[in-house]
Design a protein. Structure first.
Lengths: 321, 132
């Protein structure tokens, strides 16, 4: 037997079918209450938000928070209609979700935690329930209406979380891009000698970037020698070695020589244990010795200056080719 | 029919590829070059591929072939001016062209080639190393 008069004195049944509410006279009462009491909701909500320990006044001023909340409430309440209150996925709520997504996205980027963002939405539920409690006297009706409101807000809560995670992922993606961009600098250490210190793991995507940057720079500067310094690469496995060999081959095809430096003892051990053939790659243990080799390939000589010139340093170079 | 010119420069042959190579053109270049080496007795071949922006496995193999053939005919081959994208493609295709000399530009390629020919003339490579 279905529940006939919402305000009624029907015997309390354990099961209340809250989806079948067509003939409830109290039905749009909730909406009316909410639309009339926007201001009250906002005040209660702000009170809840401000009393929350996790309030981040350092990230957003209270005025700004109030503005956001006001906007959200007014759009939310305005889009409530008799026929959509049980259908949170209804098109009418799109503006609400849009605004909520916007707020969440900016919060994710500002560095709010997920808990703080969640509390923002769920404290609205509390404020709404608080209001309903004051306005609706009949306990059963209050229960039914509360469930409907909670359901709606829960739906928004879930979508908030989805957006929050998406926002965070965007931040991570952007940072990954930036790191790849920054972490592969090609330095010209001498006329005709380039150095490329690689820091961090070498995966195929990164090798691609490294290779492209290096080859491009070789063309730009017309350098004959490139030094790949791998002292910042934590581990070398067969895949990394494969990438290294590829880079060396490509450099060679361009007509430049490639020296791999910064090979630590552990790396030498792994390379030999894995049976990787590095015999056609010039390898050096340190950047200094690689540079020395580069000088001798280019037939450059570094000599200490004789004492007859008094001031400063000791670097003289003469080149012939 | 289009043809790639082969220029004689003293003891060297200079081939500049100014168009994108297609299969037929590459094959005729291969044949022409071998004949030219034979006819002129050139000791070195310089192939400038700086204008080639697209390369596939076939073209990679042809370039490798030309180099090997010239070597058989006692002429050193240097490939110069390879573009980064082409180099990456060749490596990814698994054609690192071992045995082919390469240089960044024509000037450097010429120097390299002259060094090589000079060494060959001497019969023995007398290595001059400023070591340590």
């Amino acid at each position: 037997m279905k529940n006939k008069g919402g305000n009624s004195s029907t015997p309390r049944s354990a099961f209340i079918d809250i989806t079948d509410t067509k003939d409830l006279p109290m039905k749009n009462e909730t909406i009316k209450i909410l639309q009339k009491k926007k201001k009250v909701i906002l005040d209660t909500w702000m009170k809840f938000q401000l009393s929350d320990d996790s309030l981040r006044e350092d990230l957003m001023s209270n005025d700004e928070l109030r503005m956001q909340s006001e906007e959200l409430i007014s759009i939310f309440v305005d889009s409530l209609k008799d026929d959509n209150i049980d259908k949170p996925e209804s098109k009418d709520f799109e503006p609400v979700t849009d605004i909520l997504n916007g707020i969440t996205m900016s919060r994710a980027k500002q560095g709010y935690t997920s808990r703080e963002t969640g509390n923002f939405v769920f404290s609205l539920k509390e404020a709404l329930l608080h209001l309903l409690q004051q306005e609706i006297r009949d306990p059963q009706e209050l229960y039914v209406q509360s469930i409907r409101v909670s359901r709606l807000i829960d739906f928004f809560g879930v979508s908030t979380f989805e957006t929050f995670i998406k926002g965070r992922e965007e931040v991570i993606l952007r940072q990954t891009d930036e790191i790849t961009e920054i972490s592969t600098p090609v330095i010209q250490v001498w006329d005709g000698i380039l150095a490329l210190p690689i820091i961090g793991t070498l995966d195929s995507a990164r090798t691609q970037v490294v290779m492209e940057n290096l080859l491009q720079k070789i063309v730009e500067t017309g350098s004959g020698i490139a030094i790949l310094d791998i002292s910042g690469v934590p581990a070398v496995d067969s895949l990394v070695a494969q990438h290294l060999i590829k880079t060396v081959s490509a450099t060679r095809l361009m007509g430049a020589e490639c020296i791999v430096s910064g090979i630590r003892p552990e790396i030498a051990q792994t390379v030999v244990h894995l049976g990787i053939d590095l015999s056609n790659v010039i390898t050096k243990s340190s950047l200094a010795s690689a540079l020395k080799t580069a000088f001798s390939i280019l037939q450059l000589q570094v000599t200490k200056r004789q004492k007859n010139l008094t001031h400063s340093d000791n670097h003289g170079k003469n080149s012939d080719s | 029919m289009e043809k790639i010119p082969i220029l004689k420069l003293g003891k060297l042959l200079l081939v500049t590829i100014q168009v994108d190579l297609y299969d037929h053109l590459a094959e005729s270049l291969e044949a022409d070059l071998v004949h030219m080496i034979n006819k002129t007795g050139a000791q070195g071949v310089l192939i400038d591929i700086s204008a080639v922006s697209i390369i596939d496995s076939f073209m990679g193999r042809i370039i490798g072939n030309i180099a090997t053939m010239s070597k058989v005919l006692d002429a050193e081959t240097v490939v110069v001016g390879m573009q980064p994208a082409v180099a990456i493609t060749l490596v990814e295709l698994g054609l690192p062209l071992h045995g082919v000399l390469s240089a960044l530009n024509v000037e450097k390629g010429m120097i390299l080639l002259q060094e090589k020919i000079h060494l060959n003339d001497n019969g023995f490579a007398t290595e001059v190393d400023g070591d340590t």
